[in-house]
Every structure is written in structure tokens, then in C-alpha cells.
Design a protein around this ligand. Structure first.
Ligand code: HEM
Length: 222
């Protein structure tokens, strides 16, 4: 039997981009949970000095904090130098006010979404914004770290940390900024997951699966 292809597929996310996406999702999940616990350690240790609940939670926060810091740096690099330029191409749409109108209209079921790259302009700018929030989280996180650990990386960051702490008006306000910005991730993740599922249904193409498999599918035009 002859097989007639109704869809063709296109690689839109390289393996590196997919792996970093899911590692970042995992680190954000762990950091939000452990971070809120650090802010309000509600589990009281039993009558023993050998129970380090807060210590272990803090340890996990720091491990995933360094993981997120590394991914944030690599991801900034990949945006500019990845061998696939679908992400970079989206910047063309950001500069065109027609593309903004097209995207916003398509969200209200008017017309289709024509994009130069893999993201619409609103989507692109949201990702740029959350990437910078991640950068600020990493910087403030490293400053909090350097204030407690004075050897190794902590020691290396000592001077610059003192300078950033001064800019924020002290360690307490810096810690509050680190805390408040946690909410940006919670709000982003909820909207992001909703939009990922919704856009697959709305535009009838691959959405959540493409960040797993890397491929998007398009109907073959006859
Ligand atoms: C999505 C990213 C992150 C989230 C959501 C997050 C969240 C939080 C929250 C809510 C706190 C508690 C603040 C408070 O006491 O009110 C905290 C503390 C802390 N965070 Fe993060 N964090 C993130 C990334 C990082 C990174 C990248 C590092 C750097 C390694 C880091 C290092 C720390 C440290 C050392 C503390 C402890 C502060 C203390 O014990 O007083 N965090 N984080």
C-alpha cells in the first residue's frame, strides 16, 4: 500500500535546547519549593541536634541554584550561537508592529499566526523577560550564597557581592527581592503551561510534544 504523507515535519528544537528546557523546569520547581521553605521553615526539628531539615533543604536549593545559573549562562550563549536559528529569527517579528497585531488577533481567533521564527513576538518578549528575571535570581542567589560561604566560589564573589548588596540597600532588601521575584516564575509557569497546550489546540500543530521530540508538524499544502 502506498503511503501518502499528509504532514511534513521540521526540527525546531535541538537536543541541547530540549535538555536545558527540562533541566530548567526541574530546577525552577525545586527552587520555588525549597526557597519558600527557607523563607518559612515550618517543620520544627525534634529534640535532637542531629536533624538538619533546614540544612538539607538549603543544600538542595544551592545545588539546583548552581544548576540554574549554569543553564542560564549556556542558554544565553545558545540563543546567539545555536546551529538552528529559529529562535533568533523570531526577533524579526518583534520589530514589526504588524506581527504584534497578527499575534494578538490570532489569540482572539482572528486570522492565523504567521511567524518568521518559532515564537510569536509577544511570546518572544515574554521569554526575554523571564530570562532576565532568571539572571537577576541567579545574581541575587549567588550574593546570598557568598555571604555565608566565604571559601571557593563564595570567596571569589566576595567583593562583587558586597558591591551588589550595597546597590540593593543591604542584604535584607536583596533577600526580599529574591523572594518577590519567585512569584514571577510561578505566574510565568502557569501561563506558559496553559499557553503551550492552548496554542497546540488553537493552531492545530505540535506544541508540548515538540519540546520533547524537537519536531513540529505542518499539513502538506496540495
Ligand atoms: C528560580 C530561581 C530561584 C527561586 C525561585 C528562588 C527562591 C528563593 C526563596 C523564596 C528564598 C527565600 C528567601 C527568603 O528568605 O525570604 C531563597 C533563598 C536563597 N536562595 Fe534562592 N531562588 C532561586 C535561585 C537561586 C539561585 C540561582 C541561587 C544561587 C546559587 C540561590 C541561592 C539562595 C540562597 C543562598 C538562599 C538562602 C538565603 C538565606 O538562607 O537567608 N537561589 N531562594
Amino acid at each position: 500500500m502506498q503511503h501518502i504523507a499528509t504532514h511534513d515535519r521540521q526540527l525546531i528544537f535541538t537536543p541541547a535546547i530540549r535538555i536545558f528546557h527540562w533541566l530548567r523546569a526541574l530546577s525552577i520547581l525545586v527552587l520555588v519549593i525549597t526557597g519558600f521553605y527557607i523563607a518559612w521553615p515550618f517543620l520544627v526539628a525534634p529534640a535532637s541536634t542531629d536533624v538538619l531539615v533546614q540544612g538539607w533543604i538549603r543544600f538542595a536549593h544551592i545545588i539546583f541554584g548552581f544548576l540554574l545559573t549554569s543553564i542560564t549562562l549556556v542558554r544565553f550563549y545558545l540563543f546567539f550561537f545555536s546551529r538552528i536559528n529559529h529562535e533568533r529569527r523570531s526577533f524579526k517579528d518583534v520589530l514589526s508592529h504588524r506581527s504584534w497585531i497578527t499575534q494578538i488577533k490570532s489569540y482572539f481567533w482572528m486570522g492565523s499566526l504567521d511567524k518568521a521564527g518559532v515564537y510569536g513576538p509577544l511570546q518572544f518578549m515574554t521569554y526575554v523577560a523571564i530570562s532576565f528575571v532568571a539572571l537577576i535570581m541567579c545574581i541575587t542567589g549567588l550574593v546570598l550564597y557568598a555571604n555565608v560561604y566565604h571559601l571557593g566560589i563564595g570567596g571569589m564573589l566576595g567583593d562583587v557581592s558586597a558591591w551588589i548588596t550595597g546597590l540593593c540597600g543591604g542584604l535584607a532588601p536583596l533577600r526580599i527581592y529574591h523572594h518577590y521575584l519567585t512569584w514571577a516564575f510561578i505566574i510565568f509557569v502557569m501561563i506558559h503551561m496553559y499557553m503551550a497546550v492552548w496554542s497546540g489546540i488553537r493552531f492545530k500543530h505540535n506544541s508540548v510534544d515538540s519540546i520533547v521530540s524537537g519536531y513540529d508538524y505542518h499539513k502538506v499544502r496540495k
